[in-house]
Write a protein that binds this ligand. Sequence first.
Ligand SMILES: Cc1cc2nc3c(=O)[nH]c(=O)nc-3n(C[C@H](O)[C@H](O)[C@H](O)COP(=O)(O)O)c2cc1C
Length: 354
Amino acid sequence: MKKLFTPYSKATLQLKNHVVMAPMTRSRAIGNVPNDLMATYYKQRSGAGLIITEGTSPSPEGLGYPRIPGIFTDAQVEGWKLVTNAVHEGGSKIFLQLMHTGRIAHSSNLPEGHQVVGLSGIKAAGEIYTDTGMFEYSVPTALDEEGIARIIHDHVKAAENAIAAGFDGVELHGAHGYLLEQSLNPHVNNRTDNYGGSIENRSRLTLEIVQKIAASIGADNVGLRISPFLTSNGMPAYEEAEVHETYVYLAREVNQLGLAYLHISNNPGIPEKTHQDIRDAFANTIIYCNGFTAETAEAKLQDGSADLVAFGRSFLANPDFIRRIEKNAPLNEPDYNTLYTPGEEGYTDYPVLD
Ligand SMILES: Cc1cc2nc3c(=O)[nH]c(=O)nc-3n(C[C@H](O)[C@H](O)[C@H](O)COP(=O)(O)O)c2cc1C
């Protein structure tokens, strides 16, 4: 039998198979509060051993996109309970992805009275979706010392809220150009205090958040997503040796903290040496994601470079993805027009096998 379909057990990660549903923003959380429709969507996909939710903001200022959920109010915690109960009924584990969008935001997407923030006041290149059209990203207000402390506090409180909402753990979104990756990148973070400059300083925000969340909810219940060498969402490239060193340093540090997993958003730009050195630095579970098919995922599991493989679009368009790959059945293609539109269409109405 394929390794993909066999149970996985390491530390507190006890999963019915080696298949992870990747985090995917779907913008169905009206008023930024999770709801019954979202519970239905996630339950439909509970064939996965582990589900990682869509990016979820720890605070109002991290809600850079329309209708993304939060985890900072009582109503949001209650809403997420619908989701965690439904997924647990389906026999899957579920981690909440904590995503603060930082400068990848437009002020009109944020609740009133809040502003777009960043490590520095450097605007991202490009445009962002709002419900009234595409706009250039807002210029972020650089966080002062108090602002940094608030960000850390908000993440810890959000992780505690996630546990109260029934999640098995949280994944910190340190990838794809959002706040934590903004802090890592020397072209985006030009601070001169302890949170900017050297690799250690640029990693400090992520590591302090990881460390404080781990102290509160247990390191076993915390994962970190990273995307070395990815330049999407306005992330400028920087020197290869420095990127390599940054991520190996991060892997080593979170290994010492005993994190449950490192989730690598894979891309062809990652040199083999970086993969290998991260693998060597991190003893716990490694999840790979991006562009995998059942066959290529199985090969990654067999050659030992990954412990688990995450699938995004395949799960999005195929609620019964596990059954389809078990049966070698064809997959539905995602409808790109309804990725982020409110309502059931293109969300809970993808067809399943008879
Ligand atoms: C609609 C959509 C929304 C996404 N939202 C997120 C997100 O909220 N957080 C995140 O870390 N990645 C997000 N991603 C990236 C996916 O987790 C994954 O890395 C990507 O889809 C590549 O994997 P795949 O080839 O299996 O689809 C999103 C991808 C898609 C298609």
